[in-house]
Design a protein. Structure first.
Ligand code: NDP
Ligand code: X2W
Length: 345
């Protein structure tokens, strides 16, 4: 099978290549760039080496369709919504890492992303790729909307509570922190070294584009869920997201009950690891891997549940989950190409 990576010169694109170049069912990875046509990928990323196959090709959609079976978009918002329809009509499968097809309601996309939405029929056709909770739909998908990094950590952390109606529906608060690679490779004032080193910044307060994405999924699981409070922080590390989630229990619970629930919910989920009582994950414990690690606490004084969910934003939060979804779409073992342990320390 031949696959295309559009946006291969970005962080998520080159991370896709890391997993797909050794994937047992991928024969060729073709790399596309809108700005570096004809150049070697190693000019942008020397760590990829002088592999002669890694030459960046022109973004010509007809040629991309002719040469590939599956196309991955690792591009900024607005690119896949414009180019995917041409590929879909030719029967090509599309996996989009951007937010263009995640929200079913185009007006919601336009409000939060502040740009025109994809065509309505494609928004309806797209399948939301939260791998662990949407496998049946993902298997049939031709257009796959890969979840955002923060929504992945948050939704995996909240699913057992929300699906089982265990928390007060208006009580969800998510305090999330991300490493700087979450903002992509392009330099910006917010992310350059002297701005972020020895610093912590809150950003997009009550305005983050991932709020409607998280709420959309929570409401599908439980129609009574109310708007959430969701805060994002940029912290001085390269990779990793920690989402610390707070919610009020509806009835008195125990930590033992909650741990049993989480362990049962994720019993067959290869990439979700639930910690034992009193243990909480750190971002370094999933670094470079497709794992989402979860720790849980229950405060008997307040009746509040705390869930800590960590992922690598570029792996489970982007390229890794995209490859996991690719595997599910093709009917292969979900972990093909992703059998890498976290890098530690
Ligand atoms: N970084 C992360 O942790 C996550 C990112 N995402 C999403 O994945 C997508 C890629 O993110 P990321 O890898 O961080 O971004 P980067 O900025 O690192 O890379 C984006 C790439 O897109 C290409 N590109 C830019 N403009 C265009 C255009 N008009 N047409 C075609 N290609 C273009 C560029 O390559 P070239 O100029 O060579 O074409 C660039 O290398 C984004 O939508 C992002 O929101 C999702 C989850 C997590
Ligand atoms: C640290 C940082 O800046 N992170 C980005 C994540 C962007 C992203 O993943 O964007 P989409 O999911 O919308 O495509 C942000 O908070 O906007």
């Amino acid at each position: 099978m031949n696959i295309a990576i559009i946006g291969a010169t970005g962080y998520s694109g080159v991370e896709l290549l890391r997993f797909l170049q050794h994937h047992p069912h991928v024969e060729r990875c073709h790399l596309y760039s809108s700005s570096q046509d004809g150049m070697a990928l190693s000019q942008s990323f020397p760590h990829t080496g002088e592999n002669r196959g890694n030459v960046l090709r022109k973004m010509a959609i007809e040629q991309i369709a002719a040469a590939n079976d599956v196309v991955f978009f690792a591009t900024p918002p607005g690119v896949s919504s414009e180019l995917s329809p041409l590929l879909i009509e030719k029967g090509i499968k599309v996996i989009d890492l951007s937010g263009d097809f995640r929200l079913k309601d185009g007006t919601v996309y336009e409000k939060w992303y502040k740009r025109p939405a994809a065509e309505h029929s494609y928004l309806q056709k797209a399948v939301y790729g939260l791998s662990e909770w949407n496998r049946t739909e993902i298997r049939k998908a031709q257009l796959l909307a890969n979840p955002g990094c923060y929504p992945t950590a948050t939704l995996l952390g909240l699913a057992p509570l929300v699906q089982n109606g265990l928390i007060e529906e208006q009580s969800i608060i998510v305090d999330a922190k991300s490493g700087v690679s979450g903002a992509g490779r392009k330099a910006s004032l917010n992310t350059h070294f002297s701005e972020i080193n020895e610093n912590v910044k809150i950003y997009k307060v009550n305005e983050h584009q991932h709020i409607p994405e998280i709420e959309q999924m929570l409401k599908l699981w439980n129609e009574h869920i109310q708007p959430i409070t969701f805060s994002t922080h940029l912290i001085p590390m390269t990779r990793g997201i920690m989402a610390t989630i707070y919610a009020q229990a509806k009835v008195e619970l125990s930590l033992e009950t909650l741990l049993d629930l989480y362990k049962t919910s994720y019993e067959t989920a290869h990439f979700v690891r639930v910690r034992n009582s009193g243990q909480f994950p750190a971002t370094k414990e999933v670094y470079g891997s497709n794992y989402c690690d979860i720790g849980i606490a229950y405060d008997e004084r307040t009746g509040r549940i705390t869930v800590v969910s960590v992922i690598d934003n570029l792996v489970k939060g982007a390229a890794g989950q995209a490859v996991q979804n690719f595997n599910v779409m093709m009917g292969w073992n979900e972990s093909e190409g992703l059998k890498v342990a976290p890098i530690y320390p």
